[in-house]
Design a protein around this ligand. Structure first.
Ligand code: PMP
Length: 314
């Protein structure tokens, strides 16, 4: 992966090579960081880069930081402004991924959350597809369980918790699958390794509620709104059993990285006809238009990065 040219680090934008932490750093040793992942989308007609729902991502990130007792003076708006400035400096004219991170920066030994100081960093890299076969993904139920809210809250996007996601993803990929679904300790379907899930059953779009150890996805929220408002679908949040997934007619995974991924097989069983269904296809098209600022109704979700000269008066 190409390295970024710049990073936001200790209060300013510096060349990426200067954004360095010591090996004793608390977050590196104990996983005590809270992060976010945003996408920037290039719109070639407008020659503009749009950052998708930054305020929502930064609100969630500050919530995750609060779970870690982090004390930072940033507001979501301040973080959005840093992101815009950083992306302007980086000068990307293609789809990209922005990674902000709040981390416990002290170089000390000692497992705790309190009496530590927190730093914010941010960088951006070009980024295309995350799930290679995103129109025909094959998934499996992981033998791992999703971290529980009373162990490591999945609601928080906490660096240490991503060992759970990494275990899930690696076992699935090594077994020949594209992605995995993971169950809660109670045996309900929670989410994917880094995606929320939706199934279409009886014509209704169903997704697990936020109390099923999921990350409260921004893409999930976006898809709920688009499915209701643009496709007129009923969308409900309720617990999902494993065998319901085998019997559903369509299954999609949503996430900033995975976008809208159509899952066509689970544990070698075809979902519906075993190919991408019409709802997934429609949502994929809609989502792509929305994130590139091509639907005026949803333009307020997108933040333009580059300042445009006003058209000359004639
Ligand atoms: N669940 C997990 C575990 C994730 O890491 C992600 C990616 N951030 C998601 C769901 C999807 O969240 P979002 O749509 O906000 O990217």
């Amino acid at each position: 992966m190409k390295l970024p040219r710049y990073a936001y680090f200790e209060g300013r934008i510096v060349p990426y090579s200067e954004a360095r932490v010591g090996v004793m750093t608390h977050a590196l040793n104990y996983g005590t960081g809270a992060f976010a992942g945003l996408r920037g989308y290039w719109n070639s007609d407008e020659e503009q880069l749009f950052l998708f729902r930054p305020i929502d991502h930064f609100i969630r990130m500050l919530d995750s930081a609060r779970i870690l007792c982090a004390e930072v003076d940033f507001t979501p708006e301040m973080m959005r402004d840093i992101a815009v400035q950083l992306l302007q400096e980086e000068g990307l004219r293609e789809d990209c991924y922005l990674r902000p991170l709040i981390y416990k920066a002290d170089e000390i030994i000692g497992v705790r959350l309190h009496d530590l100081h927190d730093e914010l960093t941010m960088f951006a890299v070009p980024f295309a597809r995350y799930v290679e076969r995103d129109e025909d993904a094959h998934a499996t139920f992981s033998s791992w369980r999703r971290v529980d809210d009373n162990a490591i809250p999945a609601r928080g996007k906490i660096t240490g918790a991503y060992v759970n996601s990494a275990l899930i993803k690696t076992d699935a990929v090594r077994a020949g699958f594209d992605e995995a679904l993971v169950l809660t300790d109670q045996g309900h379907v929670s989410e994917g390794s880094a995606e929320n899930i939706f199934m279409l059953r009886g014509g209704v779009l169903i997704t697990p509620p936020v109390t099923e150890n999921i990350l409260e996805g921004i893409t999930r929220r976006t898809i709920i709104a688009l499915a209701r408002q643009e496709l007129g679908l009923d969308v409900i949040e309720r617990p999902i059993d494993r065998t319901e997934v085998y019997l559903c007619t369509e299954l999609i995974m949503t996430g900033t990285a995975a976008q809208v991924t159509a899952v066509t097989h689970v544990d070698h069983r075809p979902i519906g006809e075993g190919q991408m269904g019409p709802v997934a296809a429609e949502l994929r098209k809609l989502y792509d238009r929305v994130v590139r600022g091509r639907m005026p109704k949803y333009r307020s979700w997108t933040v333009p990065i580059y300042v445009k000269e006003p058209a000359p008066a004639v």
